[in-house]
Design a protein around this ligand. Structure first.
Ligand code: ADP
Ligand code: ADP
Length: 221
């Protein structure tokens, strides 16, 4: 369902972040992406929601070529994707509830339906009843759970997370990893990058290793 075909990404200044990467991810897979800092993990993940576009090659999702998608079609693409990226910060002056509600405002849900979805998403990440709190009062792990609730509130079939356990203590990091596993068990395709593959190893995910912009290894455990 997600196909990368000889994807190259060259940033301005001719820096080659991805040097021709090919793979296919099927519906329902749990994929853990690792590799040194600067290997191209964020760049690869950002191509799926068309935040970055390939310089050459093709990216397709469910048969749709997203590498050449018109700008007007991108919101429809992203509606089916949950994103927890490095820059997915919370709004610190809005409540937990309002932060999770944000994507629903964009898609134009009715208020009552939206509120139900927000409550369900908060429950799903273990933050039931915490909607009125403000993000600065939460622990790092709880803030990351809010970001994840925001990513799943539209019930995406694909969830993409870029180092969601960075900066978390190991207990929080394990909790967050378990949360991704539980979404995967509910049928969601998960692609998560991490510096610590061991967090996910007990579930025997598919492991992809990037090095210097190339796919060095790709195997099921
Ligand atoms: P990773 O997530 O594995 O650390 P990135 O995809 O963030 O790797 O970065 C890959 C390489 O591309 C790095 O050398 C980085 O400096 C470079 N890079 C990333 N984004 C940009 C950008 N917007 N402009 C120029 N270079 C970039
Ligand atoms: P219900 O279907 O009764 O709302 P669920 O436990 O199925 O309750 O879902 C609660 C929340 O968890 C959903 O609103 C959604 O945010 C998230 N969720 C559950 N399953 C999925 C899924 N397959 N894909 C994406 N998000 C999901």
């Amino acid at each position: 369902m997600i196909v990368f075909d000889k994807v190259v990404k060259r940033y301005p200044g001719d820096y080659v972040a991805l040097g021709g990467v090919s793979f296919e991810i099927r519906h329902g897979e749990l994929v853990v992406l690792s590799g040194h800092s600067g290997a191209g993990k964020s760049t690869l993940l950002k191509m799926i929601p068309a935040i970055e576009r390939p310089t050459a090659g093709m990216v397709s999702i469910n048969g749709q070529d997203v590498s050449r998608l018109r700008a007007s079609a991108i919101p429809y693409l992203r509606r089916n994707l949950g994103l927890v990226l490095q820059e997915s910060r919370l709004l610190f002056d809005r409540s937990v509830f309002d932060n999770v509600m944000l994507p629903l405002r964009i898609t134009g849900h009715l208020p009552r339906d939206a509120a139900k979805r927000v409550d369900a998403a908060l429950e799903r990440v273990g933050l039931a009843g915490r909607g009125r709190e403000m993000p600065p009062g939460l622990s790092g792990g709880e803030q990351q759970r809010v970001a994840i609730a925001r990513a799943i509130v539209n019930r995406p079939s694909i969830l993409i997370a870029d180092e969601p356990t960075a900066h978390l203590d190991s207990a929080y990091a394990r909790d967050i990893a378990g949360l991704f596993k539980s979404f995967n068990e509910a049928g969601v395709t998960i692609i998560v990058s991490t510096h610590d593959e061991r967090l996910f190893s007990q579930w025997r995910p598919r492991r992809m290793v990037l090095g210097k912009g190339l796919l060095m290894r790709d195997f099921a455990a």
